[in-house]
Design a protein around this ligand. Structure first.
Ligand SMILES: *[C@@H]1O[C@H](CO)[C@@H](O)[C@H](O)[C@H]1NC(C)=O
Ligand SMILES: *[C@@H]1O[C@H](CO)[C@@H](O)[C@H](O)[C@H]1NC(C)=O
Ligand SMILES: *[C@@H]1O[C@H](CO)[C@@H](O)[C@H](O)[C@H]1NC(C)=O
Length: 402
C-alpha cells in the first residue's frame, strides 16, 4: 500500500512534468478519469489506516477532483489551472514526506496489508460488481438498435421546447404533453388520436403540479411522472398522476445538475429514461461538456442502484435514450444536424460503436429537445422545433460475448 501511495505521487509528478511547462491542457478526459481512479484505489487501501492518514488522503482526493474540474475548462482559465498545479506540486512534495513517515509507521500499525492482498481483494470486488450489474440488468430483452425505420410528425406546435410521452410500463393509452422547459401544467389526452387532433375537442385534462419542472427530461413510469424539480440542482420528484400528489423525491448524487446534460439542449440538467430494465438518469460529469454519467434508479424506493461514468461526451450531444440496457447518444456538430448516434454505452460491454451501422436520424433544421424510448411500444418519442415526432426503430438481436 505504501507502494501504491508512492506510485500515485510519482504518477502525479510525471503528470505535472508532462503538462507543465508549457501550460498545455489535458483535454483528454480518459487521463483525468485515470487519475481519479488511482485515488480511489488509494483510498480503499488506506481506509484501514490511521485517522490522520485518512484525512490526508481525503484532502488529496478532493484536490484531484478539483483538478479534474479545472482540466475540463483549462483552455479558458489557464492561470487558474497553473496556480492549481503549483499548489499540487507543493502537495506532492508533502505527500512524499508523508509516505516516508507512513513507511516508518508500517511495522506498528494495522496498515500492513500486502500489495498482493489488496490486488486480490480488488479483483474479487470487480467480479462481484460485474455480477451485481448482470443481476440488475436481467430483463427479458435482447435487442440492439440497427436504424431509424420511419418518422411520423404527429402534431405541430409553436413551442420550440417540450416533451411528450406515454407511460413506459403500464398499458394506459393516455398521452401527456409538457410544453416548454419550465412550467407546472401538464396536459393529459385520453389517447394518441385525441392528441393528434385539434386539442380543443374534447379538451385535454389539465393537471397543475405542485412543483414546476426544469428541462425536458421527464418520464412516466407506472403512473408516476418523474421530473427535475425546477430551482433545485438535482432533486427528482416522483409525482402520482392519479392522486395528483408528490409521491416521493430524491437527490441525484454524483454532482448531478451542475451543468447541462447535452450541449445542444439548453435547459436540461437532468435527463431521465425508461427502458426494459427500468428507470435511469443521465447527467453530465465534471468539467465543461464533460462525460455523461448514467445512473440506474430503483423506482419504488428512489434508491441509486448503480452509477457508471460513460465514455460518451456531452459536447455536441443533443439527446440520448436507453434501449434494452444500452445508452445511445445523439450528436449533431452545430446543433443543426445531421443528427447521428456516434456513441453508445453498454454497462455489460456487449454493444459498442463498431456494432452500429451509420445511425442517422432524418435531417431536421434544429436539434431535438428530447428523444425518449418507450419500451412498451418500442419507438422513440421526440420533440423537434415544435414538432412532436414518433421514430419507428429497426432492431436486431444483440451479439453475445464469448
Ligand atoms: C477544492 O476546491 C474548493 C472550492 O474551490 C476549495 O474550497 C477546496 O479547498 C479545494 N480543495 C483542495 C484540496 O484544494
Ligand atoms: C436472469 O434471469 C433468468 C430468468 O429470468 C435466470 O435464469 C438467470 O439466472 C438470471 N441471471 C442472473 C445473472 O441473475
Ligand atoms: C405554462 O403552460 C401553460 C399551458 O401550457 C401556458 O398557458 C402558460 O403560459 C405556461 N407558463 C409559462 C410560465 O410558460
Amino acid at each position: 500500500m505504501m507502494m501504491a501511495l508512492r506510485e500515485a505521487s510519482a504518477f502525479l509528478v510525471l503528470f505535472l512534468s508532462t503538462f507543465l511547462p508549457p501550460p498545455q491542457c489535458a483535454q483528454d478526459p480518459a487521463m483525468v478519469h485515470y487519475i481519479y481512479q488511482r485515488f480511489q484505489v488509494l483510498e480503499q487501501g488506506l481506509a484501514k489506516c490511521t485517522q490522520a492518514t485518512r484525512a490526508y488522503i481525503q484532502e488529496f482526493q478532493d484536490f484531484s477532483k478539483n483538478i479534474s474540474v479545472m482540466l475540463g475548462r483549462c483552455l479558458a482559465y489557464t492561470s487558474e489551472y497553473k496556480s492549481a498545479v503549483d499548489s499540487l506540486a507543493t502537495k506532492v512534495e508533502r505527500a512524499q514526506r508523508e509516505v516516508d513517515y507512513l513507511e516508518y509507521l508500517r511495522e506498528s500499525e494495522v496498515c500492513v496489508e500486502s500489495e498482493d492482498k489488496i490486488l486480490a481483494e480488488k479483483l474479487l470486488q470487480e467480479a462481484e460488481e460485474e455480477k451485481k450489474i448482470r443481476t440488475l440488468l436481467n430483463a427479458s430483452c435482447n435487442n440492439m438498435l440497427m436504424g431509424i425505420k420511419s418518422l411520423k410528425i404527429v402534431k405541430k406546435t409553436m413551442d420550440t421546447d417540450g416533451s411528450w410521452m406515454k407511460d413506459g410500463v403500464s398499458d394506459s393509452p393516455k398521452v401527456y404533453f409538457l410544453i416548454g422547459s419550465r412550467n407546472n401544467t401538464v396536459l393529459e389526452f385520453p389517447n394518441l388520436r385525441a392528441f393528434m387532433e385539434d386539442s380543443t375537442k374534447p379538451a385535454p385534462r389539465k393537471l397543475i403540479l405542485t412543483h414546476s419542472w426544469q428541462g425536458t427530461g421527464h418520464v412516466i413510469y407506472k403512473g408516476f411522472l418523474f421530473f427535475h424539480n425546477q430551482g433545485t440542482p438535482n432533486e427528482i420528484i416522483k409525482y402520482n398522476l392519479q392522486k395528483r400528489a408528490v409521491g416521493d423525491r430524491m437527490r441525484l448524487p454524483g454532482g448531478a445538475g451542475r451543468s447541462l446534460v447535452y450541449q445542444h439542449s439548453p435547459s436540461t440538467y437532468i435527463d431521465l429514461a425508461v427502458d426494459e430494465h427500468g428507470l435511469w438518469a443521465i447527467h453530465s460529469g465534471p468539467g465543461i461538456y464533460g462525460h455523461l454519467v448514467l445512473t440506474k434508479i430503483e423506482p419504488g424506493s428512489l434508491g441509486v442502484e448503480y452509477s457508471w461514468d460513460t465514455s460518451c461526451r456531452s459536447q455536441d450531444a443533443e439527446a440520448s435514450f436507453l434501449l434494452c440496457g444500452v445508452l445511445y447518444v445523439v450528436y449533431s456538430s452545430s446543433g443543426h444536424g445531421p443528427h447521428r448516434i456516434t456513441c453508445v454505452f453498454d454497462p455489460l460491454g456487449t454493444v459498442s460503436e463498431e456494432h452500429l451501422p451509420n445511425l442517422f436520424f432524418p435531417r431536421r433544421q434544429r436539434s431535438h429537445s428530447v428523444i425518449h424510448y418507450n419500451p412498451r411500444d418500442k419507438q422513440l418519442y421526440a420533440w423537434n422545433d415544435g414538432n412532436q415526432i414518433i421514430y419507428k426503430l429497426q432492431t436486431k438481436r444483440k451479439l453475445h460475448v464469448e
